[in-house]
Ligand binder design. Structure first.
Ligand code: HAM
Length: 416
């Protein structure tokens, strides 16, 4: 029996990699003053209907009727949940609110590399500030997050656009509000579709493909100037590329929209986000009329990219090594001292060291093999010399004799 298509078994080595990722997510969010929240993974299907998520995501919902006859859906994204929660209690929190979430999402996606049906998503959202300073803050957070893995400007870029420019375009070409989502979905997908297909979808709008392309390649997007100036002041301008080709597939975006892309291996989308100034008001019938901006990033694409970028791979390997399940392995060379070894293990564990030892009698050579396999940096040999032990650094087999009662201070001083 295998897991369902698009679902994963996470074995310990996979989980260690994911933990590394999530550690960076949390660490970076905290550096920007964000606090963590979570909501339910199962929501009323209504939460994702038209005005909210809209677009492609609606066709990917895992939805069903529960035993109480409610139409429910596994969350395909966290933004509507965040908006619902903020709308319910926004008066309790000083503005702007900086909230982040690490949570599982579900989308019935077509199978492709880095796209799954169950994935972990990291979301950062800043609520209650409508200025470009807030946009810059979340984009800077996203750039810093990617840099924390070891990715540089040669590895990724943020494509930046503004839906207001598209709204001007739609007004000029007679696309009414009621058809805006349909039109923007075509623009969002056109990079991945053959030109004939885009032309066919554009036909009912009576907009030639050439007109659309000309608009997208227009060099300037004046509305982005203050945001770009802010990012320039942070030294992050090199990571950002104004590009009207980005519109985003979700219905709720109202202003700035952006996507982080990998620059090698076919421009894969790493993260996406934007400003959604009406979602909260829509969900609360106007009682919580708060602007918001944020982004989401999934674990699957990042895990793939980490393998492909040498600098990021090295950083990840070093972090995983430092976080190995065992730091110190006690080699019991004389079974007469098993209880001394156990007592020592408990003392070391009591002050935080990750310690392993064999549960039964084993040959010393086998124990050294196990010590290495466990990721330990040092083996401590307990034998006939007790109460003196031999400490062996496993990387170069350097050995020292240390009295057992000063082992703790020796280990601390050696910075193992
Ligand atoms: P999104 O572009 O749909 O935006 O997803 C954001 C990121 O989640 C994607 O760039 C990708 O890394 C990851 N992701 C999405 N779908 C999948 C999938 N099927 N498998 C693996 N990873 C996936 C949103 O979800 C918005 N709610 C983001 C947001 C937050 N906007 C404002 N605040």
């Amino acid at each position: 029996m295998k897991p369902l298509p698009g679902f994963r078994d996470l074995f310990p080595e996979d989980f260690a990699r994911r933990n590394y990722l999530v550690g960076k997510w949390r660490e970076t969010a905290r550096r920007y003053g964000f606090v963590e929240f979570d909501g339910p993974t199962l929501e009323s299907a209504e939460l994702y209907r038209k005005k909210n998520s809209g677009g492609e995501i609606l066709g990917q919902l895992y939805e069903f009727t529960d035993k109480g006859e409610r139409a429910v859906a596994l969350r395909p994204e966290v933004t509507p949940t965040l908006a619902r929660m903020v709308a319910a209690r926004h008066r309790d929190f000083p503005k702007p609110m900086r909230w982040f979430n690490v949570g599982t999402c579900f989308r019935y996606e077509r199978q492709q590399r880095g796209r799954l049906r169950e994935f972990l998503q990291f979301n950062c959202d800043l609520v209650g500030d409508a200025t470009h300073a807030a946009d810059a803050e979340v984009i800077a957070l996203l750039i810093d997050l990617l840099r924390s893995f070891g990715f540089g400007p040669e590895d990724f870029a943020i494509r930046l656009s503004d839906r207001s420019a598209w709204h001007d375009f739609m007004t000029l070409h007679g696309v009414g509000k009621e058809r805006a989502t349909e039109f923007l979905t075509i623009v969002d997908r056109m990079e991945k579709m053959p030109a004939e297909k885009t032309e066919e979808l554009l036909a009912p709008f009576a907009i030639p493909l050439a007109t659309l392309r000309e608009f997208i390649t227009r060099a300037e997007i004046p509305v982005l100037a203050p945001l770009l100036a802010d990012l320039e002041a942070r030294g992050l301008r090199d990571y950002v590329r104004p590009d009207l080709g980005v519109v985003r597939g979700l219905a709720y975006y109202t202003g700035v929209v952006f996507e982080a892309f990998a620059l090698h291996g076919g421009l894969r989308a790493i993260a996406g986000g934007g400003r959604y100034d009406r979602l909260l008001a829509d969900l609360s019938d106007g009682s919580a009329d708060l602007p918001a901006v944020g982004f989401g990033v999934g674990d699957a694409v990042l895990l793939e990219l980490l393998k492909e970028c040498p600098a990021a791979k090295l950083r990840e390997e070093a972090a995983l090594k430092a976080d190995a399940p065992t730091q110190i392995y006690l080699v019991i060379a004389d079974e007469n001292h098993r209880f001394d070894a156990i007592s020592l293990a408990q003392q070391l564990r009591g002050v935080g060291w990750r310690v392993g030892f064999p549960l039964g009698a084993e040959k010393v050579g086998k124990q050294f093999g196990n010590a290495e396999a466990s990721g330990a940096s040092h083996a401590v040999v307990i034998g006939v010399e007790w109460p003196t032990v031999k400490v062996k650094r496993l990387s170069d087999r350097h050995e020292e004799s240390v009295p057992a009662d000063s082992l703790l201070s020796w280990l601390t001083a050696s910075g193992s």
